[in-house]
Ligand binder design. Structure first.
Ligand code: XMP
Length: 506
C-alpha cells in the first residue's frame, strides 16, 4: 500500500487514481489521521495544500512515525513542508507559478527520474517556492523559474518535487510515480479488477455466511456492479429491489429490469409510480421534492425488504470518493454531495451495512464491471439523479409533464446515440420550463411548453462545461421534438457551465 497524506489539495484524489492506474493499491488519509496500522504501508506521498507552510494555522503533522521507516515523496506543499521542518526557507514566489514549465534534470542517476529525458514538460501550481534547501538536501532538478524544483535528502529515501506528477500536462508524471511506487517503494502491481473481484468474493462469503442481503438497484453503474459482485459471491442469498418511482426515463423501468434478469440477478421490480406522484402533487420547491421522493423511497424499500424473511445485511453501492475522509477546508464538495444521498436507509432498517465498492474510484468500478461481464451499455450509462425527472420539471410535477419530458428526452438521447455522441458526453437530458410561450403551427397560434436540452462534459459532476454539440444535430433534435411531442413548441440549448450554473436546473 501507498499511503497518501492529504493536506487538502484539489489534486489528492488524482494522485490516488494515478497510483491505482499503475495497479498499486493506495489509500488517502487526512494528514491528522494516520491509519491504525502502518504494517502494510510501503511508501508515503505528501499531497499539496491550499496553505502556505508559513501560515500560522498550516498543517504540520508529526511525521516521525513515517520518516526513516518508508520512502516519502512530497509533492508541492509536501515538498515545502519537508523543507520547512528541516530548517530550509520557503517564501512567497511573488508571482503565482501556474501552468507549464520545462524541467531540467540535474541528477540523471536519481532513481526517481529513471527513464526520464534531460528536459521535459511539467505542470506547476503553487504560490510559494523553496528559496533555500537545508544543508543535506540535494537539488536534483530545476526549471527556469524554480531553482529547487526537485530534491532528495542526502542518503535518505525522501524526495520532494514542486511540480505535479499526477496531472496530465506533466509529460513523464506517470514514470515518476511508477519509479517511486515500484522501484523505490517496491510495491507489487497486484491491484487489478480480477484480483479485486477474487478477494472481494472471498471476504464477502466469509462475512455473509448463509445470511441474506438486500440491495436497492437504481439502474446506475455503482449499484449494478455491487449487485453482480455480491451475486457472484452469494448467489440467491442476494435480494435486489428495483423501485419504479415513475420519474425514470421512458421505458427505462422495464428495459433495465429485463437487463438485470438477463444478468441472472435475483431482482424484484416494484412499480410504486402512483405513490410517488401522488405524494408529489402540489409541491414545487426543489428541496421539498427531493425530501418527498427520499421519504417515499425509504417507505417502499422498507416494506419490500420486510417481506424478505430474516434479512441481515443491507448492501449499498457506495464508492471511495464518498467515504474519503477529506482534509479539504470544507469546500463546495461538502454541501453539493449532501443532497445526492437519498439515504437514511441503514438507520431506518437497522440492518448491517455492506459496501463492497467502498474502496473503488468510479473508473475502477467500471473496470470491475467489465471484468464481471456486465454489458457496456449498462456501464457506460450517463449519471442520472436519484429524484429523476422530478428535478428536471421546474415547479410542480404532473403526469402530463412527465410524459412530455420522457418523450423529448427519448428523442434527444436516441439522437446522441445514433450520431455517436452519447459516449462523448458525460451527462445529458432535458428540462421542462414552467412557463409557456407563443408559437405558430400551420395557421394556428400555439401556447405551449418550452424544453431545454442540456449536455455537459465533466469528470465528477463537481465542475462541468456545456458540450459544443454540432448545430446540425441540434437543429435535427429541435425539429423532431417540436414535430413529435405534442405540447412543446420551443427548444433551447443550455450554454452555461458549472460553476456558476449547475448541471441540473433544480
Ligand atoms: P448539479 O445540478 O448539482 O449536479 O450540478 C451534479 C450531479 O449530481 C446529480 N444530482 C443529483 N443526484 N440526487 C442525485 O442522486 C440529487 O438530488 C441530485 N441533484 C443533482 C446531477 O444529475 C449531476 O450528475
Amino acid at each position: 500500500t501507498i499511503l497518501i497524506l492529504d493536506f487538502g489539495s484539489q489534486y489528492t484524489q488524482l494522485i490516488a487514481r494515478k497510483i491505482r492506474e499503475i495497479s498499486v493499491y493506495c489509500e488517502i488519509h487526512p494528514y491528522y489521521h494516520l491509519p491504525a496500522s502502518l504494517s502494510h504501508v510501503k511508501g508515503v506521498i505528501l499531497s499539496g495544500s491550499p496553505f502556505s507552510v508559513n501560515d500560522s494555522n498550516a498543517p504540520k503533522p508529526d511525521l516521525s512515525s513515517l520518516i526513516g521507516r518508508v520512502p516519502i515523496l512530497g509533492i508541492c506543499y509536501g515538498a515545502q513542508l519537508l523543507t520547512f521542518i528541516n530548517g530550509g526557507k520557503v517564501g512567497a514566489s511573488g508571482l503565482r507559478e501556474y501552468g507549464r514549465a520545462k524541467l531540467k534534470i540535474m541528477d540523471h542517476r536519481n532513481p526517481l527520474f529513471k527513464n526520464l529525458p534531460s528536459y521535459s514538460q511539467v505542470w506547476m501550481s503553487h504560490g510559494d517556492t523553496i528559496d533555500e534547501l537545508p544543508e543535506d538536501f540535494i537539488p536534483i532538478a530545476s526549471t527556469e523559474d524554480v531553482i529547487n524544483a526537485a530534491f532528495q535528502i542526502q542518503d535518505r529515501n525522501i524526495w520532494g518535487i514542486q511540480f505535479h506528477p499526477e496531472v496530465y500536462h506533466t509529460e513523464y508524471g506517470m514514470d515518476i510515480l511508477k519509479n517511486f511506487a515500484l522501484d523505490i517503494c517496491g510495491c507489487h502491481q497486484t491491484w487489478t479488477p480480477e484480483s479485486f473481484i477474487e478477494s472481494s468474493i472471498q471476504s464477502l462469503r466469509k462475512k455473509i455466511g448463509s445470511e441474506k442481503v438486500v440491495l436497492g438497484l437504481s439502474g446506475g453503474v455503482d449499484s449494478t456492479v455491487a449487485a453482480v459482485l455480491l451475486s457472484e459471491a452469494i448467489g440467491d442469498q442476494l435480494y435486489c429491489i428495483f423501485v419504479n418511482n415513475g420519474l425514470l426515463r421512458k421505458n427505462e423501468y422495464h428495459h433495465v429490469l429485463h437487463q438485470y434478469r438477463d444478468m441472472g440477478l435475483n431482482v424484484k421490480g416494484v412499480d410504486a409510480s402512483d405513490r410517488f406522484l401522488d405524494a408529489l402533487a402540489g409541491i414545487s420547491d426543489p428541496e421539498q421534492k427531493r425530501k418527498v421522493i427520499g421519504r417515499v423511497f425509504i417507505e417502499v424499500f422498507d416494506e419490500e425488504a420486510l417481506t424478505i424473511e430474516d434479512v441481515t445485511f443491507l448492501a449499498q453501492g457506495t464508492i471511495y470518493p464518498d467515504v474519503i475522509e477529506s482534509a479539504s477546508v470544507a469546500g463546495p464538495s461538502a454541501t453539493i454531495k449532501s443532497h445526492h444521498n437519498v439515504g437514511g436507509l441503514p438507520e431506518v432498517m437497522k440492518l448491517k451495512v455492506i459496501e463492497p465498492l467502498r474502496m473503488l474510484f468510479k473508473d475502477e468500478v467500471r473496470k470491475v464491471g467489465t471484468a464481471l461481464g456486465i454489458p457496456d451499455e449498462l456501464l457506460g450509462r450517463h449519471p442520472f439523479p436519484g429524484p429523476g425527472l422530478a428535478i428536471r420539471i421546474l415547479g410542480e410535477v404532473t403526469r402530463e409533464k412527465i410524459a412530455l419530458v420522457q418523450e423529448a428526452d427519448y428523442i434527444f438521447i436516441k439522437g446522441l446515440k445514433e450520431e455517436g455522441l452519447y459516449d462523448k458526453v458525460w451527462q445529458a437530458g432535458v428540462v421542462l420550463l414552467n412557463s409557456k410561450s407563443v408559437g405558430v403551427m400551420g395557421d394556428e397560434r400555439t401556447y405551449e411548453h418550452a424544453i431545454v436540452l442540456r449536455a455537459v462534459h465533466s469528470t465528477d459532476g463537481m465542475t462541468a462545461d456545456w458540450v459544443h454539440l454540432p448545430y446540425d444535430f441540434l437543429a435535427k433534435i429541435s425539429n423532431h421534438i417540436i414535430n413529435r411531442v405534442n405540447g412543446i413548441n420551443r427548444v433551447v440549448y443550455d450554454i452555461s457551465s458549472k460553476p456558476p450554473a449547475t448541471i441540473e436546473w433544480e
